[in-house]
Design a protein around this ligand. Sequence first.
Ligand SMILES: [Zn+2]
Length: 111
Amino acid sequence: MEDSQNMRTGIFCSCGQRIYDKDVVHRSYYLRRVGSNFVYIRYRCPRCKRLGEQFIRQERWDERLLRGEANELTPSEKERVDKLGPITVDEMIDFHEYLEQDPSLKLMPDK
Ligand SMILES: [Zn+2]
């Protein structure tokens, strides 16, 4: 299995550094009328100091992605996550286009 670099085991900078909760500088939720909602994470890599960002489908979001305990999935959770597969470049582009086409899109308030 190729779990080591997969989204479900964590968020990684392009330099390979694992990103943890303390590295996150901004977090938002994007609601779509159709399709998946997204969790948006912006982070600063502690190693190379670059800013990066990740969009993660809400149904595959897990707080453990930002902690060191992401492998503690039950077999049924793991099976569910496996079916989702990795996020694709097409999905990223689609998401950006969606944002551009819908300026009324609002961020969810924190509370
Ligand atoms: Zn980095």
